[in-house]
Write a protein of this length. Structure first.
Length: 252
C-alpha cells in the first residue's frame, strides 16, 4: 500500500522545511553557499534534506564546536565524507554491518561480487578524512561500543555522548527502534537525532527498505514526554511515497 498523497507543491514543501529550521533556531541563510562548495544544489527537488539540515547545523556555534557525531549506515561513505568536511571540529563516527554479514551482502545491489568490490573500494576512499572514523559493526551494539569509547581520552568525545546521530541503517523494526532508543541514550542533552525515511502513514505496509515503524516509535516516545519531534519533508519533489526526516530532541 502506498502512503497518502503528498500535500502541497515543491515550493510549499521547501517553505515548510525552512520554517522548521527557523523554529529550531537553525539558519537558512548560508546553507546554499555551503552546499555549493560540495557541488550540491540547495534547490534540488530530488536531494534529500539531510544534507541541508546538517549543513545548517554546521553553521551554528554548536556545529562549529568540538564534539562527535555518529552516522548509523555508512553505505558508500559519501555522506560521512560530507559530514567530515562541513563539521571539521567534530569527530565523525560512521558504522555499517561487517562486509561478511548476510544482510550486508544481500542489500543495496551488493549481492553482485564485482559491484561489491568496487563499492567497498569507493567506501574506503570516502572515509579517509582524519576526522572520519569508519567502524564495521552492527548498530545493535552502539551503546556498548560507544559508551566504552567515552571512557577513553578519544579527542572530541564527551563521555561517549554525541552531539548528533544520523539514524540511517535498517529502517524497519526491530532494528530501527533499537537504533533510536540507543542513540537517544548516547546523545548529549542538547543534541539531536535525525531519522531517515520516516513514513507518517498508519496504513503503510513495509517493504525491504521502508516502513512506518520509526514514525510509530517516535510518536510513542513523544507521547511519553521523552522527546520532541519535527518532521521535515525528505525531498521537496515527491513522485511516489512521501517520506520525512525526523528531527528528534531529548526532553529528559
Ligand atoms: C540507506 S543506507 C545509508 C546511506 C547513508 N547514510 C547516506 O546518508 O547516504 C543504509 C545502510 O545501513 C546499513 N545497515 C543496515 N542495518 C544495519 C545495522 N544493523 N548496523 C549497521 N548498519 C546497518 C546498510 O548496510 C546500508 O549500507
Amino acid at each position: 500500500m502506498r502512503s497518502r498523497k503528498a500535500l502541497g507543491t515543491p515550493s510549499q514543501r521547501l517553505e515548510a522545511n525552512e520554517s522548521i529550521l527557523t523554529e529550531l533556531g537553525l539558519p537558512v541563510s548560508g546553507i546554499e553557499q555551503l552546499m555549493a562548495k560540495f557541488h550540491l544544489s540547495y534547490n534540488s527537488e530530488r536531494l534529500s534534506w539531510h544534507h541541508h539540515i546538517f549543513a545548517s547545523w554546521s553553521l551554528t556555534v554548536s556545529g562549529k564546536s568540538p564534539g562527535a557525531v555518529l552516522e548509523i549506515g555508512t553505505e558508500s561513505g559519501a555522506f560521512a565524507n560530507f559530514l567530515g568536511a562541513v563539521l571539521p571540529m567534530k569527530e565523525v563516527y560512521t558504522i555499517d554491518l561487517p562486509d561478511s554479514d548476510e544482510k550486508f551482502i544481500s542489500e543495496y545491489g551488493r549481492e553482485n561480487e564485482n559491484y561489491r568490490a568496487d563499492y567497498l573500494a569507493r567506501r574506503s576512499e570516502n572515509v579517509t578524512s582524519p576526522n572520519v572514523h569508519f567502524k564495521s559493526m552492527d548498530s545493535t551494539f552502539i551503546l556498548a561500543v560507544f559508551s566504552e569509547l567515552g571512557n577513553t581520552s578519544q579527542p572530541g568525545v564527551n563521555h561517549g555522548i554525541f552531539d548528533a546521530v544520523w539514524v540511517d541503517g535498517d529502517h524497519r523494526n526491530p532494528q530501527v527502534t533499537i537504533d533510536i532508543v540507543q542513540s537517544l541514550a548516547l546523545l548529549k542533552p542538547e543534541g539531536f537525532l535525525l531519522v531517515d525515511d520516516v513514513v507518517m502513514d498508519p496504513n503503510f505496509r513495509s517493504d525491504k527498505y521502508v516502513s512506518n515503524e520509526s514514525w510509530k516509535t517516535l510518536i510513542h516516545l513523544q507521547k511519553a514526554g521523552l522527546v520532541r519531534c519535527h518532521f521535515f519533508n525528505k525531498r521537496t519533489r515527491v513522485d511516489g511515497l512521501q517520506k520525512h526526516l525526523g528531527f528528534v530532541q531529548r526532553i529528559s
